[in-house]
Design a protein around this ligand. Structure first.
Ligand SMILES: *Cc1c(COP(=O)(O)O)cnc(C)c1O
Length: 431
């Protein structure tokens, strides 16, 4: 195990992390995660526990709650969800009965699995209707309104996992009010941008907010559910329904070490330096997007308004070429993830795009000029392998990809760029 930890530390130090959902928590956050708090069982909520010995844990959880309420400006919060997906499931359990109609952004258009995708429990237990983005990459608010009026969903999700624009929470709020739906904003990706003041807050317009704590918020892996003033006005029992859905509805004992680390991360996010961090994430994303566009790449929506961008690789590799980009970039220590693009011509396993984001790189202290350099490297290596094509015949794909891997592995451009990327990354220590 020690050897594996060392290998992973080296991989992180010598590589450039561009997966937009990843980040580096501070060493203080990591030390709370491995603290004595993890030895405790504390089913229930502060002052209402099923186990003894929770005097200190009660204070830990109240601290996390108070900081979250203050930072987001909400009257109620639940900090116990194990992660973002269980937080979302708790919202369904609190607001819906099995089989109720719900609405969310289609997965292949940037939505999350838990917004009703067919293989997710949320798509199996509920009747999920999807809305989409238009050809300009932006959410089709006319479609959202039309579907909401036609299907009268019990719950509407807004927020996304692969969407390069700001979300118009106000427009969603008007639509949800018109049809009497609960409106939940899933800000898993953008919570840090909201707190940092570079993305509008959903709080005035929605009833419920869910988030992860480990993406732009830069805390431990975890989740939170916030209930807004508007949510309590719609349904005074909403806070209690959410709490009961998390425990005992879905979970047993909370992860107290995670709760403690969330409290610390929320403190870090309240500092002025975090606002600078959030601003820099967005600036870096803009520069990376502009660099790629200048080098002739096609971006969904032609840019980035937040921390991420989607590169449409159909002009480079044809349909389903995201896998080649991910492989080529992996070979030069740049980590990205293949991703579907709106109107995906292939499928979610062989998607035609990649998703790039700047939260992790920005934590390491990289700035605009660094992002330009990174963009040039990405353009250089992708151009080198633009003759790769995913075979039409399904049974030929695996062997073609294996062969491509061999070609990439021994290519001089790859060796050269990998050494450049490694030397560059070593100048930016990770916490
Ligand atoms: C990441 C993400 C989640 C799920 O978070 P996990 O912690 O991976 O379960 C939920 N919603 C959105 C929009 C996300 O991006």
């Amino acid at each position: 195990m020690a050897a594996l930890l060392e290998q992973e530390a080296r991989r992180q130090q010598e590589g450039l992390e561009l997966i937009p959902s990843e980040n580096y928590a501070s060493s203080a956050v990591r030390s709370v995660m491995s603290s004595v708090l993890m030895n405790k069982y504390s089913e229930g909520y502060p002052k209402k526990r099923y186990y003894g010995g929770n005097e200190v844990v009660d204070e830990v959880e109240k601290l996390a709650q108070d900081r979250a309420k203050e930072l987001f400006g909400v009257p109620h919060v639940n900090v116990q969800p194990y992660s973002g997906s269980p937080a979302n499931l708790a919202v369904y359990l609190a607001c819906c009965r099995p089989g109720d109609t719900v609405m969310g952004l289609d997965l292949t258009h940037g939505g999350h699995l838990t917004h009703g995708w067919k293989v997710s429990a949320t798509g199996i237990f509920f009747h999920a209707i999807s809305y989409h983005v238009k050809s300009d990459g932006r959410i089709d608010m006319n479609e959202v309104r039309r579907l909401a009026e036609a299907y009268k969903p019990k719950l509407i999700w807004c927020g996304a996992t692969a969407y390069p624009f700001q979300v118009d929470f106000e427009a969603f709020g008007e639509i949800a009010d018109a049809v009497g739906a609960y409106l939940a904003a899933d800000i898993a990706h953008i919570a840090g941008l909201v707190v940092g003041g570079v993305h509008p807050s959903p709080v005035p317009h929605v009833h419920i907010v869910t988030t992860t704590t480990h993406k732009t918020l830069r805390g431990p892996r975890g989740g939170m559910i916030l209930v807004t003033e508007k949510g309590i006005n719609k349904d005074p029992e909403l806070p209690e329904k959410i709490d009961r859905a998390v425990f005992p509805g879905l979970q047993g004992g909370p992860h107290d070490h995670q709760t403690g680390a969330i409290a610390l991360a929320l403190y870090e996010a309240s500092l002025p330096s975090f606002r600078d961090y959030a601003k820099q994430i967005v600036r870096n994303s803009k520069v990376l997007a502009e660099t790629l566009i200048r080098r002739g790449f096609s971006l969904v929506g032609n840019g980035s308004e937040n921390h991420l961008m989607l590169v449409d690789l159909t002009p480079v590799f044809g349909s389903g070429g995201g896998v080649f980009a991910q492989m080529v970039l992996d070979a030069v220590n740049i980590t990205v993830n293949k991703n579907t693009i709106p109107g995906e011509p292939m499928n979610a396993f062989y998607p035609s795009g990649i998703r790039l984001g700047t939260p992790a790189a920005t934590t390491r202290g990289m700035k605009e000029a660094d992002m330009e350099r990174v963009g040039q490297w990405i353009a250089d290596v992708l151009a080198e392998f633009r003759s790769f094509r995913l075979p039409e015949e399904k049974d030929k794909r695996k062997s073609y990809i294996e062969e491509a891997k061999t070609v990439i592995g021994s290519h001089p451009t790859i060796t050269r760029v990998r050494e450049d990327v490694k030397a560059f990354c070593l100048k930016f220590p990770i916490p």
